[in-house]
Design a protein around this ligand. Structure first.
Ligand code: CUA
Length: 397
């Protein structure tokens, strides 16, 4: 009987050793996988690990410090736990020596984390101050309004022809900036808190009602397209609040601005105000969407006290020059636009735009096709301004 109990105890010890070995192997594999992943050079547009500007590299540097320190702490803690578990495991019924308090240990585990935090804090504070200083002034100011769930982009320094005379260029979800220009974004909201984040270009900054938060992008961004997204939960369609920053050669940017100065290809009759060449069904849209230079110029924009500016949708001027609709959810093609108009609330749950094919609007498929055709030709007479030479995400260093 005693012999059997002894054998069982031996077996338990062997099992425990095998399980310890398995745990150590798993840990080693996990650390190895983390190291392997951190060494990957693949471009990740929504991550700090593919910076293309000095600003983004500053942030990546902080990320690296924290990553490696966290890894060292993790490995150290795991090693100590493993050592303690093995070295002091229960061998017999005796109570081990009981200790209360150890000044040296307590001082050590107070000072070491304080040093770790100091090593993280100093460069972080330095970077924060550098970013604030850079946002003091730029060559070009761009106002960004966080909406639910898309971005309204104003160029206060660029005046274009509107129905009520000259007005700032207003577009949505695609921010074009000329290469080599220091840009300062003024981040504003009149609804909830959003967060503006283009990780390859610069830091992340909250967009808070009642504040004007400023965020700089230095002029060293290479020509290319950089994806951004809202990084603060802001309601149902938060995950579909994407945008793009398009850094393009100065002449391409100028061509795009010039396109805004041209009269739109279709317009209202100025003597009567009647909309001509526009499908009558589009009149459903103009309560919320503006088309500069046409009579579709009634929706509120920016931060006006007008409550309409809270629920208004993106400015549709030169929509034909954009790559995507619904804040990055669908391509700006006939198919994409039709899908959007036929299945609005299924495609983007929570969206404020009603589905116009349902009650009480009951647009027919033919009417939707007419609207789509009208929207697609909202581009300059000479066609869409040239694209930047580099397509997709630009290469990092
Ligand atoms: Cu806007 Cu999340």
């Amino acid at each position: 009987m005693e012999r059997r109990t002894h054998d069982q105890a031996q077996a338990r010890v062997r099992n425990r050793r095998a399980s310890t070995a398995r745990t150590v192997t798993m840990l080693a594999l996990a650390v190895g996988a983390a190291l392997l992943l951190s060494a990957c050079g693949e471009q990740k547009p929504y991550s700090h690990i593919s910076p293309v500007t000095e600003n983004a590299r500053d942030i990546q540097f902080l990320y690296k410090i924290i990553f490696w320190m966290a890894l060292i702490v993790f490995i150290g803690v795991q090693a100590l736990i493993t050592y303690t578990a093995l070295r002091f495991r229960r061998r017999n019924e005796d109570r081990p020596e009981q200790i209360h308090g150890n000044k040296r240990l307590e001082i050590a585990w107070t000072i070491i984390p304080a040093l770790v935090l100091l090593v993280i804090f100093i460069p972080t504070a330095q970077t924060l101050y550098d970013f604030d200083a850079a946002a003091e002034e730029g060559e070009m100011e761009i106002d960004v309004y966080g909406k639910q769930w898309w971005w309204e982009i104003h160029y206060p320094g660029i005046q274009v022809a509107g129905a009520q005379g000259q007005q700032p260029l207003v577009t949505a979800n695609e921010v074009r900036i000329p290469q080599g220009t220091e840009v300062v974004f003024n981040l504003r909201s009149n609804n909830v808190i959003h967060s503006f984040w283009v990780p390859q270009l610069t830091g992340k900054m909250d967009v808070i009602p009642g504040h004007n938060n400023r965020l700089a992008v230095a002029g060293d961004a290479p020509v290319g397209e950089y994806w951004g997204e809202c990084a603060e939960f802001c309601g149902a369609a938060h995950a579909w609040m994407r945008f793009k920053v398009i850094v393009e050669p100065r002449e391409n940017f100028d061509a795009w601005v010039a396109a805004w100065q041209q009269p739109p290809p279709v317009d209202a009759d100025p003597s009567t105000g009647d909309v001509v060449d526009v499908p009558p069904s589009f009149l459903n849209c103009i309560a919320c969407h503006n088309v500069s230079g046409t009579m579709a110029q009634v929706a509120g924009q920016g931060l006006t006290a007008d409550p309409k500016s809270q629920s208004a949708g993106p400015n549709l001027t030169l929509l034909g020059c954009r790559d995507m609709i619904a804040a990055g959810l669908l391509p700006n093609t006939a198919e994409g636009l039709k899908t959007w108009l036929m299945h609005t609330n299924e495609v983007k749950e929570g969206v404020y735009m009603p589905n116009y094919t349902e009650e009480p609007y009951n647009l027919t498929e033919e009417q939707v096709d007419e609207i789509v055709a009208y929207l697609l030709q909202l581009k300059p007479a000479g066609g869409r301004p040239p694209e930047q030479p580099v397509g997709g995400v630009a290469a990092g260093d």
